[in-house]
Design a protein around this ligand. Structure first.
Ligand code: PHE
Length: 488
């Protein structure tokens, strides 16, 4: 089978930015900034970007383009013993996909309600009670709220259509629509926020620099964590996307462009979010610290409340906000699914159509857990564990396997043969030293804290199940790498 290729550099860059810019840019970056020193946090952010993020994107894109394979095949071609790392990356991406779909499904429900601010006065009760119908414990799944199920199915449906059409007619084309739309929506939200009374108080909370925080090492760990999360490193995505680059394509400069565009989007969204929060705080006579939240709390509780309070253009702003979530989420989803689909296609010589069908069917089945009435608990638990033992562990393994065992030099040669920006000694230093050290510290810290106190106050049993799922995923990865096939 002839491997697909990107039709143009622009198409590739749009798709890669689409992958990186996701829910995390809207609800995570700005909150971390606020919490970790305001404007001063931009220093660790950029240090993390330049000492770890960009070099790992270069590594993953180069692996894909040099070895012409998605994560498992590319790593296998570097060294037979590395194939399982690729599978763990692909499976981690697939595990994330299953709940990410459900979240985008909620956003879809809210997008439909946004035209009339259909969540009513009590946004908190609406989200947990009416939409999720959340049960009392993780052990009580309690059946499905139908709209949540339909939302998830619709999101899988769109992903299916885009993925089935392939690299050029699917992924590239979707992102040619999604990306400009996303930036327009973000600008609408920023413009609305900045014209609100109190907006600048909010932005002051967001960016007022506290340089003393730079002496705390947790602030630095938070920055590295966010860089891995936002760039989607260790999720098999960039390796698959790299494998569709025609020979001689630029790698290093493209990695730089993509990570800067991604950072710019996050920074911009901060103005929309904190500007709006500033207004909300002023309007309700509170401090910004009393209304601020991140994650789903921000998107589905705090923001809807703020949207109710706006002095005008409420519905327009609401539609822009939830459309923004849907579009950012969908474009990331497509890439997560592609990392997995491409891995199946390589290993089992499957046609794209078949690989996509298999992925969608199993993915939809997996999403059922998170779409149930107790699903939010599982979403929270699995998200927590996969970020540590998927993303961070895979990042470490990749850096060690390629940097030390395969040889950083060979990848560098490949990159430098065709890139405007050269991967110099900084790249070696980053891949061989900084990335493994920072990631090992992050994983160790998280593991220690998980053992000390059960994550999120869930019964310890739930945490064990989370761990067991991780162990099962790694075992499955090893198993898959042992299945012998013709291709290598
Ligand atoms: N990077 C995207 C985001 O910030 C999507 C993503 C999330 C990818 C988590 C991998 C892991 O939302």
């Amino acid at each position: 089978m002839q491997r697909e290729i990107w039709s143009s550099r622009t198409g590739f860059i749009l798709a890669t930015v689409g992958s990186a810019v996701g829910l995390g840019n809207i609800w995570r970056f700005n909150y971390l900034t606020y919490e970790n020193g305001g404007g001063a946090f931009l220093i660790p952010y950029f240090v993390a970007l330049f000492t770890a993020g960009i070099s790992l994107i270069i590594l993953e894109l180069a692996l894909g383009s040099k070895f012409k394979g998605a994560a498992p095949l590319a790593l296998k071609r570097a060294n037979k013993r590395f194939e399982w790392i690729g599978w763990w990356a692909a499976l981690s991406g697939f595990i994330i996909t299953m709940y990410y779909v459900v979240i985008v499904g909620w956003a879809l429900i809210y997008l439909e309600k946004a035209f009339v601010l259909g969540w009513g006065e009590d946004a908190n009760g609406y989200f947990f009670g009416t939409v999720l119908q959340l049960t009392d414990s993780a052990w009580d799944l309690g059946g499905f709220p139908v709209p949540v199920l339909l939302g998830a199915a619709a999101v899988w449906g769109v992903t299916w259509i885009v993925e089935a059409k392939g690299v050029q007619a699917g992924i590239e084309k979707a992102n040619r629509i999604f990306m400009p739309l996303l930036w327009i929506l973000a600008l609408v939200l920023v413009a609305r926020a900045l014209t609100l009374e109190g907006a600048f108080t909010g932005i002051d909370w967001y960016l007022k620099p506290d340089f003393n925080r730079l002496f705390e090492y947790h602030v630095w760990l938070a920055a590295y964590g966010q860089i891995f999360y936002t760039l989607g490193i260790g999720m098999a995505i960039m390796i698959a996307y790299g494998s569709y680059l025609p020979d001689g394509s630029d790698i290093a400069n493209n990695a730089l462009i993509v990570s800067l565009a991604n950072g710019a989007f996050s920074f911009l969204m901060g103005f929309a979010v904190f500007g709006t929060l500033g207004y909300m705080a002023a309007a309700s006579g509170q401090g910004v610290d009393q209304v601020v939240a991140d994650g789903i709390g921000l998107a589905f509780v705090v923001f809807p409340t703020a949207l109710n309070l706006l002095p005008g253009l409420n519905a327009l702003t609401a539609v822009a906000f939830f459309a923004c979530l849907v579009v950012a989420g969908l474009s990331s989803l497509v890439s997560l699914v592609e990392g997995f689909v491409a891995s199946l296609m390589d290993k089992f010589e499957m046609e794209r159509g078949r690989a996509v069908r298999v992925t969608v069917v199993f993915g939809l089945l997996g999403s059922l857990l998170y779409a149930s009435r107790g699903g939010l608990y599982w979403l929270d638990i699995v998200d927590h564990f996969i970020m540590i033992y998927g993303l961070l562990v895979v990042g470490t393994l990749e850096a060690v396997a390629i940097g030390w065992i395969f040889g950083a030099g060979k990848i560098k040669e490949w990159v430098n043969a065709s890139s405007d920006v050269r991967a110099g000694i900084w790249w070696d230093l980053s891949v061989k030293l900084i990335v493994p050290v920072v990631l090992v510290v992050l994983v160790a810290e998280e593991t220690a804290s998980n053992l000390a106190t059960p994550y999120g106050g869930y019964p310890q049993m739930a945490a064990y199940l989370g761990m067991a799922l991780m162990a099962a995923g790694i075992a499955l990865s090893l198993l898959l790498s042992m299945v012998r096939r013709e291709v290598d």
